[in-house]
Design a protein. Sequence first.
Lengths: 496, 310
Amino acid sequence: MNTNLKISNVTKIYPGCVANDNVSLELNSGKIYALLGENGAGKSTLVKILSGVVIPDEGKIYLNKNILKLNSPSDAKKNDIGMVFQHFNLFETLSVFENLIIDSDEQRENLKEKIDTIMKKYNFSVDLDVPVLNLSAGQKQKVEIIRCLIRSPKVLIMDEPTSVLTEQETSELFLSLKKFSEEGILIIYITHKLKEVMQLCDEVAVMRRGKLVSVSQINNENIESLANKMVGQDLKTIKKKKENTSSEQLIKITNLNFTSEDPFETNLVDINFSLNRGECLGIAGISGNGQSELFQVLSGEIISNKNSIEFNKNFIGDLNPQERREYLMAFSPEDRLEQAAIPQMAIFENVALNNFKSSNFFNNGLINKSKIKEHSKKIISEFNVNTDNIDLKSQFLSGGNLQKLIIGRELITSPDLLICFNPTWGLDVGAINYIHETLIKINEQNKSIILISTDTDELLKLSDKISVIHRGKLSKIMNAEDVTSEKLGILMGGGN
Amino acid sequence: MIIDVNFVGLIIASIMASAVPLILASCGELITERSGVLNLGVEGMMIIGAISGFALMTVTGSLIIAVFGAMLAGVLISTIFAFLTQTLITNHVATGLALTIFGIGISAMIGKNFVGIPGKEFPVLFEGLKDTIPLLSPILFGHSIVFYFAFALPFITSYFLKKTKIGLIVRAVGDSPESASNQGINVRLVRYACILYGGAMCGLAGAYLSMIYTPQWIENMTGGRGWIALALVVFSTWNPIKILIGAMIFGGLTIIQFHMQAIGVRIPVQFLTALPYIVTIIVLVVISRDSRKIRLSTPSSLGKSFHKDN
């Protein structure tokens, strides 16, 4: 049977922002629809309305001409709308089967049979008895999908599903989605990755600042046209100039090991690499393969053997992050609001946290506020942070602005090496572009970067050398020109 | 020296009897905590249960009304906690501490008129079988119904959490209230129910103290057992069976150190008094060392307020 979903004049207003401004859209089964937009464009709010998590201020939703009352997630489920959230809605400490049975009314045996049928049909393999926290991101997503399929949904909404997947997992997912679509499930695919829209979808709806700005057939679009619609202006794309980098070695890691006492961390095994001035070393990998441990060891959050890290001809493996900063290393951790900045503190206070002997932020134990504020203003203007209020709590900055502030704080002292971990995670195209430009610029100033990232495109764009981390082991270092995303994908999955 | 086996049996029975209030309160608190709520008001709820039970027994003369009344009193006082923490989203720790202080105060006030009044005899079950089997008879027979219920409770609790749908929902809410809410589970309702159940069990534990264990009212008669019960939950890593073990060790050492003091063992009294606390914690830490299992049984959202944004 055909499914017709109609969104009619939906408006949702949050204090200080119109998340959805009179959005109307009609969708039919048999097609895969892309809902495209930058962060904050309102696409998440719209799908939250469709899945009953958020109640709109105005507007109506119709499924097959019947008006839907979506006051809670269970209403959406009852009306055959399934949703796979970007941040998985799974219970980590419960087993896969417990996660699946919790919202099902069926008997254990019936459900088990049903799950088996679904897994066979779509070629999924997930162990039902292990706790979810032992699964990879790709497997967790499969659990979420199975959970939707158990209810034989008419509509399946996928919210940025590939942000945690490898190349291979992504193509598996696309195959499954196409199969679901052929079977008559209406698929809404939310993303800000243009390449995926072109690969997968039949029609694309673009949102910008809460408004629906265009709906079109994918055949009439290309990556550039979609990018421009999404951002609302022409984007210049930057490319890294390949220059002759110097051959002066900056950092050398020798036989670096880390054994964790926490069974949910990854041990690092025999890490060896070196990096010259002006080079960018990209470290690829699926999240959870030792990236955060590697970052912590390199930044000094975890202290290691003195001789294992040689930086600028000094052995610094036993120094803490503050001491390493004095040797001109700089760090931008993955979690902006937990590790890089303190959310409840003002911008200038966060700047002061990065305190150097030379910065004179403190006099005889007292805070030199004017000095810090002056320094903060300099960072804000040099690194395009879109605010002029340095007393603002950092939690109120958007992800992009916060990341610019953090990168600015790290770079304003012109360090020799910047170590960053997923610097553009969750940012919109404009901010990503800015961060990438900045990183390229510091390479051109003969400074080095270690870029740990789960975004393969970003790594291929910025790196001179690339290595892959898998289960705490680093692959051999490759020249970026010799590497393709397919090859990285294989290495990331543990292949050769 | 010939040891009378029945005497050993009696000692074991008295150890078990002293473990009863701990088991009841811990198993109640365990359910509360498994749903992600940290209620530090256990001591307060127990003492409210103790005075309510004793007062109702004295006034109405009915043991059944007294026992259920004590549980209801526990439910009522925990409703205050639930309303504050779940509806008004107050801090769990501060609210729980306030509950304990409130409970101790109000019980002392109500209890003024009940000091010195003798309690009633509580009926025991299977009394006729008391002399049938050596050693085991005093352990198995001749106890109150609350005693039997307490020793069944850890197994019931374990079965409830592992095998039933509602138990699964409780664990899910404790693991991630956000996910549970997105799955259409009413997080607030589940947590309310778990808090109220915890209150009922603490009320029963208190009633056991004032009506069965030492049938009289003494001000502050719970004597810190609520805090021990709380500690048992944590050190047992939220496992009801380990609560049983911990409560038995604690009860056992408390009884044995009394006997040791009585026969004049040359160990400082202070050390003997502290012994149950130290040994219980060490034993529970040792049997709960597997950090993987701790991760799987610790409610991730414990003590965090859940506010559904919309």
